[in-house]
Design a protein around this ligand. Structure first.
Ligand SMILES: [Cu+2]
Length: 168
């Protein structure tokens, strides 16, 4: 039921906005080294549900601010940045247009907070597999990351050591 309301909200944002975000990211392909991806993981999708959730931890090693504007992946029809908000006793998700990454900052998307929502999964995200997500950054441009799929209720990547090894 919660998922349904999210879809309705996201549809209101519309394809036009997404296109603008992609265009902005594509026109700003410079200084791609400044943003480092420390971890990228997803929860296994639930049953026949066609939504998924991706979490990343990003570090801005450059001297200028950047921002995460969106994401895309071949595994889903659409991806959106979301945040959780308490409204009374109800936890709701809503789209956010951007996530700021100030110089020197570490930004962590994690369960219960901000995340990348995937809509229209072509097939389930299975625990143990991995897939590619392209992060769209305002300054750094398009950044491809490999996302490891953890358990359906995982609170962390669970394979952090492996993720770190991949960087070296
Ligand atoms: Cu969401």
């Amino acid at each position: 039921m919660r998922e349904m309301s999210v879809v309705v909200i996201a549809r209101r944002v519309g394809a036009g906005l997404l296109f603008m975000l992609f265009a902005a990211a594509a026109s700003a392909q410079a200084a791609g080294e400044a943003i480092e991806v420390e971890s990228a993981w997803a929860r296994a999708s639930a049953g026949a549900g066609r939504t998924g959730v991706v979490y990343v931890r990003l570090v801005n090693r450059g001297g200028t601010a950047d921002a995460l504007l969106g994401a895309e992946t071949a595994r889903a029809e659409r991806a959106a940045l979301h945040e959780h908000r308490h409204e009374g006793e109800v936890m709701k998700m809503r789209p956010v247009p951007r996530i700021e990454i100030p110089p020197g900052a570490t930004i962590e998307l994690k369960p219960g907070h901000r995340h990348i929502m995937l809509f229209g999964l072509a097939k389930p995200l299975d625990e143990g597999e991995s897939f590619v997500v392209t992060l769209l950054l305002e300054s750094a441009g398009a950044l491809e990351v490999t996302v490891q799929v953890a358990g359906v209720a995982a609170m962390g990547p669970g394979e952090e050591h492996k993720a770190h090894d991949d960087h070296d």
